[in-house]
Design a protein around this ligand. Structure first.
Ligand SMILES: Nc1nc2c(ncn2[C@@H]2O[C@H](COP(=O)(O)OP(=O)(O)O)[C@@H](O)[C@H]2O)c(=O)[nH]1
Ligand SMILES: [Mg+2]
Length: 315
């Protein structure tokens, strides 16, 4: 268990039990997680789809439908359901599991929910590591479903290659995702529940909004698809759009988004490694004691002392 290279090799060879254990390791974070992730091979970008949108938009239902569509095309699928709120039960995840029940028993599908177990870098760091594990395990598509609670959704944009925004119809004049700042990061937009009568207006509204937005330096035309997971309509078109974005990325590997993602990745790696190194200093331990007893402690000078000790230790 302790040999990270052996664990990584087993995961690459398709050992699902080892993969499940490794996911727990990266969720927890720490030196074991870092050692393991370092043994994973660098893999081509493009297979990670982040699925975002307000709670109740229909993300879990659509994730299940998409997973089935990718499976029908012979592609294996990993699903990561992100729940930053609950480290224990994850209220929303129970419903998600029921919704994803249809996928049970298919060995080409692997579902995992991630909770924030308080590791440094939070859920975004854990999700990034989990994604790297799923990719190493050879899954052709990795779907990350967020809870649609703002912060974590934007963080998913740093992990995913393709952002799928799910918008439910009938939200009134204001499209929910505009408020959340999600429209700008979307590569593909799905208007869900198109079996409902009010979906046509939302579709029209979103198409107009997308057209108004100026294209960024990468000229990917954001696709807006109407889908009904309930009636299984539009799923094939949506799957086509996601795969088209993947092809687009393969032909344009250095878009602003791709560079941003790589930079954020590097920054996160530095933060995590630095924090773990600094956490081993005795100044860190004593700073923790001070924080519990002295409410007026100068945080900035505590940080300075900790970094000074760490620097001495590496000289
Ligand atoms: N009418 C209709 N309802 C749907 C559809 N997809 C999902 N729903 C319903 O919308 C609700 C929220 O779905 P869920 O997938 O859990 O949304 P999430 O919170 O974004 O993951 C559930 O009650 C679903 O049954 C659809 O295509 N049509
Ligand atoms: Mg959900």
């Amino acid at each position: 268990m302790s040999d990270p290279q052996r664990r990584a090799d087993a995961i690459i060879q398709g050992d699902r039990r080892m993969l499940a254990q490794a996911l727990t390791t990266v969720e927890r974070g720490g030196a074991d997680a870092r050692a393991l992730v370092r043994c994973l091979p660098a893999l081509p970008e493009g297979r990670v789809v982040g699925i975002t949108g307000a709670p109740g938009a229909g993300k879990s239902t659509l994730t299940t439908a998409l997973a089935q569509a990718f499976r029908a095309r012979g592609m294996t699928v990993a699903i990561i359901a992100v729940d930053p709120s609950s480290p224990l039960t994850g209220g929303s995840l129970l419903g998600d599991r029921i919704r994803m029940y249809d996928l049970a028993g298919d060995s080409g599908v692997f579902i995992r929910s991630m909770a924030n177990r308080g590791r440094f870098g939070g859920i975004a760091a854990a999700t990034a590591d989990a994604t790297a594990l799923m990719a190493a395990a050879g899954f052709a598509v990795i779907l990350i479903e967020t809870v649609g609670a703002g912060q974590s959704d934007v963080a998913v944009a740093d992990v995913a290659d393709t952002i799928l925004l799910v918008e439910a119809p009938g939200m009134g004049d204001e499209v929910q995702s505009i408020k959340a700042g999600l429209l700008e990061v979307a590569d593909v937009i799905a208007v869900s529940k198109c079996d409902r009568a009010d979906a046509a207006a939302t579709l029209q509204q979103l198409r107009a909004l997308v057209q108004m937005q100026h294209p960024s330096d990468d000229a990917w035309p954001v696709a807006v698809c109407g889908v009904s997971a309930l009636q299984q309509t539009g799923i094939e078109e949506l799957t086509d759009a996601l795969l088209a974005h993947r092809s687009y990325l393969a032909m344009h590997p250095h878009t602003a988004r791709a560079l941003h993602r790589r930079r954020v990745h590097l920054q996160r790696a530095i933060e995590i490694q630095l924090f773990e190194a600094v956490g081993r200093t005795s100044a860190w331990q004593s700073a923790h004691r001070i924080l519990t007893t002295d409410s007026s402690a100068n945080i900035d000078s505590l940080a300075q002392q900790i970094l000074a000790e760490w620097r001495r230790s590496v000289d």
